[in-house]
Design a protein around this ligand. Structure first.
Ligand code: CIR
Length: 253
């Protein structure tokens, strides 16, 4: 179960965020409304949410998930693959200090975005992507092993991050889309397959036995409800314009 979450308020400069989505610029005022609703959703799942202030220096800084991996045993500060995001780690390191005494860091030349890391119990799947290089993954696995956990890599072809197309919902249930539907390493899971038309909703989050999905995907809602979860929908349109999914907006631990 998660007790805490950390989020960062979107900055006005989010309009300059990285994106390949081709959906236009996000509207900051609407993003603020959606972000506040997202926080309420997390609170309704019984997590205490720490809200960090906007950081105009970093347009993508609302996507806090990428800059740290928060495990039950230690926190690991990542080294984001996009140079424009590397400075985001400083603020996150400060924010996690009250919660963690064991804090590790990924070092150059390793790069890793935690959007590429999916937790399945004590094992962590790490996508090798344009953001996460083999050295970043190697350092991450070494740190996980030091604390009694484990990790393995997954090659990615098309998606930005591993969690763009896969989400673990606990109880052996795994949401998969696109290239993840056929991966041998995921065959052992009870796979909930999302079609390409609904691909954005494959990035959903399990929070204390509920599943939060983006609004506008009735088929995904149906599939996840049928697997036995109460589903909560929340509007994500402005974050989608920056390639950001539901998981990217929070660190849950
Ligand atoms: C980026 O390209 O880094 C941001 N615009 C979106 C990050 C999304 N994060 C995630 O999928 N974990």
């Amino acid at each position: 179960m998660f007790k805490h979450a950390i989020v960062r308020t979107p900055c006005k400069n989010m309009v300059a965020g990285l994106t390949g989505a081709g959906l236009g610029k996000p509207d900051h005022s609407l993003a603020m409304i959606q972000h506040q609703a997202y926080i309420k959703v997390l609170e309704s799942c019984n997590v205490e949410v720490t809200i960090l202030p906007p950081d105009e220096k970093y347009p993508d800084s609302t996507f806090v998930e990428d800059v740290a991996l928060l495990t039950p045993h230690c926190a690991i500060i990542t080294r984001p693959g996009a140079p424009s995001r590397q400075g985001e780690t400083e603020g996150i390191q400060r924010a996690i200090t009250p919660f963690y005494s064991a804090v590790e860091v990924i070092r150059e030349p390793g790069t890793i975005d935690a959007g590429d890391i999916m937790m399945v119990g004590e094992h962590y799947y790490i996508g090798l992507s344009e953001r996460t290089n083999p050295e970043g993954a190697r350092q991450m696995i070494q740190i996980l092993e030091q604390y009694g956990m484990s990790g393995s890599t997954v090659d990615l072809k098309h998606v930005l991050h591993l969690k763009t197309g896969a989400a673990y919902l606990e109880n052996n249930n795994l949401v998969v889309c696109g290239e993840f539907t056929e991966k041998a390493e995921f065959e052992k899971f009870n796979r909930i397959v999302i079609t390409e038309a609904n691909a954005y909703s494959a990035n959903c989050i399990w929070v204390n036995d509920r599943v939060v999905i983006p609004s506008g995907f009735p088929r995904t809602k149906e599939l996840i409800s049928s697997a036995g979860y109460p589903v909560i929908e929340t509007d994500m349109s402005e974050f989608q314009k920056l390639d950001g999914g539901l998981s990217c907006l929070s660190l849950r631990f």
